[in-house]
Design a protein around this ligand. Structure first.
Ligand SMILES: Cc1cc2nc3c(=O)[nH]c(=O)nc-3n(C[C@H](O)[C@H](O)[C@H](O)COP(=O)(O)O)c2cc1C
Length: 208
């Protein structure tokens, strides 16, 4: 069941608690897993849930209050229209392939009811290094995974080939300092994902 609870977002300059001890949050972080897009079905977030999800995602640290990211939402018919662009592009760069490969591209975004592209939008030549602005966009992507999970949805962070294709970037009207940080697929899992191997954290103690 998807959670319809809407949290109470604070407004500046309100104070907020410095910590939010919560066992369920710890369990979520300890057990959260991506669900591969091919094991995703409906429902996805409704408009109100999507609004909550993206407000939560946008509560991400960013140095200098640049908000160096924006969202592009793909839902309904727009998913297949975007797929037509992917198909056309693949026919161009990999002609003569098997037809089912092109059909897959056309239907790529239909794997989930909702795809949100997180676009890293960097202010160049700023005192805040580009690296930090890009890291903030990555943190937004992870925030989507965690928030979607807490709201009862399955999610996966994908780049795949089309995050790096210039023609696709043009079709998305990305600016010269913009890149896709992630295509976030969001829906409902058709089966429970199996855990993947996790490395123990590599930790050393610094000493002079
Ligand atoms: C920036 C980024 C891009 C990724 N792109 C892909 C991808 O294109 N294809 C893929 O199979 N997994 C991709 N992944 C990996 C998965 O989405 C996911 O991180 C992995 O399966 C395990 O994640 P989990 O800790 O959420 O279970 C990407 C991960 C990141 C961080």
């Amino acid at each position: 069941m998807s959670e319809t609870y809407t949290p109470d977002f604070p407004e500046a300059p309100q104070t907020v608690a410095p910590a939010h001890p919560n066992r369920q949050t710890l369990d979520l972080l300890a057990r959260r897993r991506s669900t591969v897009a091919k094991l995703m079905g409906g429902p996805g977030p409704d408009p109100q849930q999507l609004n909550t999800l993206l407000r939560l995602a946008a509560r991400t640290p960013d140095h200098g209050k640049l908000f160096p990211w924006r969202f592009m939402v793909f839902e309904g018919d727009a998913r297949e229209r975007f797929g037509e662009i992917l198909e056309a592009r693949l026919r161009e760069i990999e002609p003569g392939g098997p037809e089912d490969r092109y059909t897959f591209e056309r239907q790529r975004f239909l794997r989930a009811p909702l795809v949100v592209a997180v676009i890293s939008s960097v202010t160049p030549d700023h005192k805040i290094p580009e690296w930090e602005q890009i890291l903030s966009a990555g943190a937004v992507c992870f925030n989507i995974l965690v928030s979607a999970s807490a709201m009862g949805f399955a999610a996966q962070w994908l780049s795949e080939w089309y995050a790096y294709d210039e023609t696709v970037a043009k079709a998305m009207k990305l600016g010269p300092h913009e890149r896709v940080a992630g295509f976030m697929y969001i829906g409902t899992a058709t089966e429970d994902p199996a855990e993947r191997p996790r490395q123990p954290p590599r930790i050393e103690r610094w000493s002079s």
